[in-house]
Write a protein that binds this ligand. Structure first.
Ligand SMILES: C[S@@+](CC[C@H](N)C(=O)[O-])C[C@H]1O[C@@H](n2cnc3c(N)ncnc32)[C@H](O)[C@@H]1O
Length: 523
């Protein structure tokens, strides 16, 4: 058994924020060991870590080198000198860290190439990056992969690109990264470049209970990549228990020994992996005839750009004196809907609890045509600077709200509790915490059948195959991907034949399909 260090999160919010800003989460030994083993490739030599932190990979390398009698040396980078100095309290010597440069790896990279690069880069998501830094990173993307990556790529993605560009011929790289590396909008461009220029040896994933970073809201993956001609296949691993030596044994056996009961190892086609996403299991396991998009369309809920302003309680609406006809009934938070139905009573209960249920849904009319209370309220919005907010400033005029026909079903797509489909009996309009599901055929009997099919446990289980996963098992699903949700054949047979369901009838009952691709994190 390898020595296992259990990572403890600081309990105060401030301390966690500081760690988040710098991306400081340390790699446990049972993960650092196999990653380092892969890049050292039985040879030893110079190991480069672009984000040394307190030195998890250097320590792992020293253990491997002493066990196998290999000669190794270290080079690295770290932006935070205080953190690096803590490496000395974690079993490293001054000599071990003598060649670690205090600088920004992405923007001030070393001028040499390496045979062995290993990292747990800082997971810093795009909205925490300053605009100038984002612009510099974008230029870096163009320089290395010859096209700009979508702006939602975080710093860790640029760490990976930069590190790959510093790999010597036949050199090896092992990175542990959050799943968004394979699931973000930028992912197809990123992975097309990687798999056209490098050999992807393996992708290692973890079930929620085996997460290397328990309690941290992220789903990490490990990539083993070589600077060698691309291959058509790669190994895909799912690790089911934390802290065992199964991964290390598997890497040491040259990926031969996959007998450990807690590792699932399979060979996958690169093409299939690219289209399914490397964080998800292979497509082959859920070959179903139908997907949700065969009988329903999906859109995200309304993004207001300023919920505090546009979304309010009945009491506030009355205080402001804004007439009812300017509002639509709306639902904001998944937590507000405890069950799988929204009835008129649900909405009334929320009102009584003081939760907002009214969305100010103004058309693009000139301010002058509105009654005085609305004019006054819009002036207040201007005073608060709302017209200059990111999403709002794209609207003409700024207060014109997106329109959604109330969907028969909502999908609650992000929450600690299970994701679920909700029957929208009260016909409210959802905000971005939900997706709208519009069946192509909307007669009552059909809606009942669809609801049963959608909430069937086996349909719900398939969500993990299309969604973005978070460390604790929560799943976020984009509208286009929800349309690819596989519906098990026998569930369809149980609740109505495809003919009865008129699955392929392309009746365009619902038209407002604009703005599909707006970042669903807005709101
Ligand atoms: C996730 S930690 C990993 C540290 C260590 N290698 C480990 O695995 O335990 C990432 C480290 O990168 C450092 N860092 C953040 N931004 C950096 C940058 N631009 N260049 C170099 N290091 C950076 C952070 O201070 C942090 O120590």
């Amino acid at each position: 058994m390898l020595k296992t260090s259990v990572y403890k999160l600081p309990s105060s919010w401030e301390a966690r924020e500081i760690l988040r800003e710098k991306g400081q989460f340390w790699t446990p030994d049972w993960i650092a060991g196999p990653m380092t083993e892969y890049v050292l490739a039985e040879k030893g030599g110079l190991l480069f870590d672009p984000a040394v932190g307190t030195g998890a990979f250097f320590r792992a390398a020293k253990a491997i080198a002493s066990e196998k009698g290999l000669a190794i040396s270290f080079a690295g980078m770290e932006i935070d000198p205080t953190t690096l100095s803590q490496a000395l309290e974690h079993g490293l010597t001054e000599e071990d860290i003598a060649s670690v440069k205090i600088a920004d790896f992405v923007l001030q990279p070393p001028q040499t190439k390496f045979y062995a690069i290993v990292a747990n880069p800082p997971y810093i998501r795009h909205h925490r990056l300053a605009p100038e830094k984002k612009a510099q990173l974008k230029r870096l993307g163009i320089q290395i992969i010859k096209k700009p990556l979508d702006g939602r790529a975080g710093l860790h993605v640029y760490f990976l690109i930069r590190a790959l560009s510093l790999l010597e011929e036949n050199g090896r790289l092992a990175f542990i990264m959050p799943a968004d590396t394979c699931e973000g909008k930028f992912a197809p461009d990123l992975w097309t470049w990687i798999t056209a220029n490098f050999a992807l040896d393996a992708v290692i994933t973890f079930s929620p209970e085996a997460s290397p970073f328990p309690n941290i809201d992220t789903n990490p993956l490990i990539f083993f990549i070589r600077k060698a001609p691309p291959k058509n296949q790669f190994l895909w691993v799912k690790c089911h228990h934390p802290g065992t030596n199964s991964l290390m044994n598997w890497v040491r056996s040259g990926f031969e020994d996959a007998s450990a009961h807690d590792l699932f190892v399979t060979t996958r086609d690169l093409k299939e992996g690219l289209s399914t996403g490397f964080s998800r299991g292979p497509l082959l396991n859920y070959n179903t005839k139908y997907v949700l998009g065969d009988f329903a369309r999906v859109m995200r809920g309304v993004a207001t750009g300023a919920n505090n302003f546009f979304f309010m309680t009945g009491e506030k609406a009355r205080e402001l004196g804004i007439p009812d006809k300017y509002f639509v009934k709306a639902i904001g938070r998944t937590r507000d809907i405890p069950g799988d139905e929204i009835t008129h009573e649900t909405v009334e209960t929320l009102e009584r609890k003081g939760r907002p249920t009214l969305l100010l849904s103004l058309k693009g009319d000139d301010v002058e045509v509105f009654p005085d209370p609305i004019k006054r309220y819009l002036q207040e919005g201007e005073r608060l600077g709302l017209p200059y907010r990111p999403l709002i400033k794209q609207r003409r005029p700024w207060y014109k709200m997106e329109v959604r026909v109330p969907p028969p079903f909502l999908f609650a797509y992000l929450g600690r509790r299970n994701s679920r489909f909700i029957r929208n009996i009260a016909m409210v309009v959802p905000l971005t915490g939900f997706l709208c599901v519009y069946p192509k055929n909307s007669d009552e009997q059909h809606l009942d059948q669809i609801w049963k099919i959608l909430n069937h446990p086996e349909t719900i289980a398939n969500l993990s195959k299309i969604g973005k996963s978070y460390g604790d098992g929560a799943i976020k699903v984009e509208p286009r991907l929800l349309e690819r949700l596989p519906i098990p054949d026998h569930v369809i047979q149980q609740f109505g034949s495809p003919v009865q369901l008129r699955l392929f009838e392309q009746r365009e009952s619902y038209t407002p399909m604009e703005n599909y691709e707006i970042d669903t994190e807005g709101g």
